[in-house]
Design a protein around this ligand. Structure first.
Ligand code: SAH
Length: 225
């Protein structure tokens, strides 16, 4: 109860903000409507995995101040600040002007983003967690969208983060996610890879030898490792 009450209050606040933002989308241009639809699609993709993976038994978790700060930064810049901006007038002073084609590029980017976001959750399955964790019976996934790159979910989030300031023309509600996710990427990925190496040893090293972090390695010939 102590844990669920704040979660219920936060969820209700989120629903109210999303409702207000949807109601007022024309105040901030059609890019804000595309961003809201993509946010809802993200929830639809992620929620079944979050619910199912709550049953996981976690054997190792990295929840230090750095990890908590990075996750809080992402929560603020991908949800709280954009929704506050779209639902109210409080950050209007930080608007910037951008041409309409930026909104088109941001919109087109939602297609690879949502596809990769969906596939990476589907391929990781029970092994996915929002924080850095290893679960009991954790399996190393090296197929599907994980075949040639090790961080397809972060690749998807990169696309989404870079598209957000193209859809929402505001330094606080749109742009801030770029430095927040850059910090997440540069600080978290080495920790995550070290955790995976400690858990999977040679299998992880062999996977690294044939895959890239975000881009496939050029010499990889498709032979199974
Ligand atoms: N970095 C990955 C996964 C992000 S989710 C991506 O961008 O697609 C983070 C969790 O996924 C980590 O805590 C780790 O437990 C798990 N994970 C990351 N790579 C994995 C892999 N190849 N196989 C299984 N689990 C993995």
């Amino acid at each position: 109860m102590i844990k669920t009450l704040p979660a219920i209050v936060a969820a209700l606040a989120g629903v109210v903000l999303i409702g207000l933002a949807l109601w007022r989308w024309h105040d901030h241009g059609w890019g804000s409507l595309i961003w809201l639809i993509a946010l809802i699609a993200m929830f639809v993709v992620r929620t079944p995995h979050s619910l199912r993976n709550r049953a996981n038994v976690v054997t190792q978790a990295r929840k230090d101040a750095t990890e908590i700060t990075l996750l809080a930064g992402m929560f603020l810049t991908t949800m709280v600040l954009p929704l506050l901006y779209l639902a109210t007038d409080m950050f209007d002073f930080a608007d910037y002007a951008a041409p309409d084609w930026t909104v088109w590029i941001g919109t087109l980017a939602q297609i690879p983003f949502l596809w990769l976001f969906w596939r990476s959750h589907a391929d990781l399955g029970r092994n996915w967690s929002p924080g850095l964790e290893v679960r009991e019976a954790h399996e190393l996934v090296t197929d599907g969208v994980y075949d040639r790159i090790r961080h397809p979910m972060y690749a998807a989030i990169w696309i989404s983060a870079l598209a957000q300031p193209l859809l929402i023309h505001n330094w606080i509600g749109g742009f801030l996610v770029v430095p927040a996710f850059a910090a997440m990427w540069f600080i978290r990925v080495p920790h995550e890879e070290a955790m995976m190496r400690a858990r999977f040893g040679e299998a992880w090293n062999a996977y690294c030898a044939r895959s890239g972090r975000l881009w496939p390695k050029r010499y990889y010939d498709g032979a199974p490792s």
